[in-house]
Design a protein around this ligand. Structure first.
Ligand code: SAM
Length: 242
C-alpha cells in the first residue's frame, strides 16, 4: 500500500520559524497547554505522568509539557525527519534523562501499544492534518488507552460552525500571511504554500468546526469537553476520561 506524504511537509517544515511570525500568540498557547497538565496532576500521587503528543514537531509544546510537570514523560510522535532532528537536538538532555521519546510510528499504532498506560493525550496544531474520520478513530483509540482521570488536550484551529464566521477567519489568516510575507521578505513560494495549506484546513475533510469537534470527543467517551482558551482562530480544547 502506498504511504501517504504527511500533509505538513517540504517548504513548510523547512521554514517553520518563519511561519511562526504570523502567529505571535503561539508561545502563549503552547505554554498554556503545558501548564494545564501540571495543574491537572497537582494532587496526583503517581511517579510519572505518561504523555503521548501527536505531531510534536520541533517541540514547541513539548518544551512546556516537560518544564512545567517534572514527572512528565513524553512519547513525541512525528513523521517528519527534519522536525524530529530538531527536536532531538533541542532536547538532548530530556532524551538522555529518559523523559522524551521521539518516534515516527503511526499514531493509531502507538496508541494501541500504550493501551491502559496513558495519562495525557496532547497535540498542538497537528490534529487538523488528519481527515475527520481518522481523528475520530484517534480519539476512540486514545480514550481506550487512557487511565481513568486522564486528560485530553488539543490546541488547534477550531473554526466557527457558522460558515460566514469560518470564511472570515480564513480571510484573516490569508491576509496575515500576505502582509507578513511581504514585510519580512519570506522565501519565494512560502506564503503561497501556507495559504494553500490554510485553505485546505478550512475544507472537508480537514476542517475542525468547534461544535463538531466537541461532539466527536463526546462520541469517543470523553467527559466535559470544552474550550478553555481562545486567541483568534486558535483554541485549547480540554476533556477528561472519567
Ligand atoms: C504545524 S506543525 C505543529 C508542530 C508543533 N506541534 C507546534 O505546535 O509547533 C504540524 C506537525 O504535525 C506533524 N504531522 C503531520 N502529519 C502527521 C501525522 N500523520 N502524524 C503525526 N504528526 C503529523 C507535522 O510533521 C508537523 O510537525
Amino acid at each position: 500500500m502506498a504511504t501517504r506524504e504527511p500533509r505538513y511537509s517540504g517548504i513548510l517544515v523547512d521554514n517553520y520559524d518563519t511561519l511562526l511570525q504570523a502567529w505571535p500568540h503561539s508561545g502563549e498557547m503552547h505554554r498554556r497547554l503545558g501548564k494545564t497538565i501540571a495543574t491537572h496532576f497537582r494532587k496526583h500521587k503517581g511517579k510519572a505522568i505518561n504523555v503521548v503528543e501527536i505531531g510534536s514537531g520541533r517541540g514547541e509544546a513539548t518544551k512546556y509539557i516537560l518544564e512545567y510537570e517534572q514527572r512528565s514523560k513524553v512519547i513525541a510522535i512525528d513523521p517528519s525527519d527534519r522536525m524530529q532532528e530538531e527536536l532531538a537536538t533541542n532536547f538532548k538532555s530530556y532524551i538522555s534523562q529518559g523523559r522524551l521519546f521521539p518516534i515516527r510510528t503511526k499514531v493509531l499504532d502507538c496508541l494501541e501499544l500504550c493501551a491502559g498506560q496513558m495519562d495525557v493525550l496532547a497535540s498542538a496544531w497537528a490534529l487538523h492534518n488528519f481527515p475527520r474520520e481518522e481523528r475520530r478513530k484517534i480519539l476512540k483509540t486514545g480514550y481506550e488507552a487512557m487511565f481513568p482521570g486522564a486528560l485530553y488536550l488539543c490546541m488547534d484551529k477550531f473554526v466557527s460552525d457558522d460558515p460566514r464566521k469560518e470564511r472570515r477567519s480564513l480571510q484573516v489568516a490569508v491576509d496575515r500571511y500576505r502582509s507578513i510575507s511581504q514585510k519580512n521578505k519570506w522565501p519565494a513560494g512560502l506564503a503561497e504554500a501556507i495559504i494553500e495549506h490554510e485553505v485546505q484546513d478550512h475544507q472537508e475533510p480537514f476542517v475542525m468546526r468547534e461544535n463538531e469537534a466537541l461532539q466527536d470527543l463526546r462520541d469517543a467517551g470523553f467527559s466535559k469537553p470544552r474550550i478553555v482558551k481562545r486567541i483568534e482562530r486558535d483554541a485549547l480544547v480540554i476533556a477528561y476520561k472519567k
